[in-house]
Design a protein around this ligand. Structure first.
Ligand code: ZN
Length: 197
């Protein structure tokens, strides 16, 4: 799948919005990305799952592990396509933990799957958690890499798409200078979904 095709899917599912946005950081941007919007449609999750599972199919994986909540939908699909076990970590007292009776064995080979990698924080925590059991991390797969190439997990990292989003300090924002009305994502009154995506 071409990069342009993936971007087209993000746009038509409104996962990727273009306009003038106020980010939670206080910075302004001409794009806003919300991965959950595209994962509303299992057929697209299937396509991204194909790209990730294809990349790691010869990596001798035993189990796919994802950080909750964002990674679960993507990780489950990758595990399904690789026909491997799937489990997830979640925060307990602020710490990323395997709960619900989930465990990994010493020497078990793990693929970590996340929906979006920005700083990689959650993924680093999953790596630490599974390594505490003596498991081995074989790679990290993501639908979108927003780190601008800055993140290094110390294992092979593959993303279906590297998405660069330009951000501006408010006083330097060209969209403000052009008097484009600003929108705070989430507070925006969303249009109802059309039946064809
Ligand atoms: Zn602005």
């Amino acid at each position: 799948m071409e990069k342009t095709e993936i971007i087209e899917i993000f746009k038509k599912t409104e996962a990727l919005l273009e306009g003038h946005f106020l980010l939670t950081s206080g910075k302004h941007s001409n794009k806003y990305f919300q991965c959950a919007k595209v994962l509303q449609y299992p057929k697209y999750n299937f396509l991204f799952g194909q790209l990730i599972s294809e990349h790691f199919k010869n990596s001798n994986i035993n189990t796919v592990v994802s950080p909750a909540i964002g990674g679960i939908v993507a990780g489950q699909e990758v595990a399904r396509q690789l026909d491997k076990r799937f489990i997830f970590t979640e925060r307990e007292g602020g710490k990323m933990t395997l709960r619900r009776g989930f465990t990994v064995a010493k020497g078990e080979k793990i693929l970590i799957v996340e929906d979006v990698v920005t700083t990689g924080g959650s993924v680093f925590e999953v790596i630490e958690e599974v390594k505490s059991f003596g498991a081995e991390v074989m790679g990290v797969g993501a639908i979108v890499d927003r780190s601008n190439g800055a993140v290094d997990f110390g294992v092979p990292f593959y993303s279906a798409l590297a998405l660069k989003v330009q951000t501006y300090e408010p006083e330097e924002c060209p969209l403000c200078k052009a008097n484009v009305p600003i929108v705070k994502p989430g507070s925006r009154k969303m249009s109802p979904p059309s039946l064809e995506k």
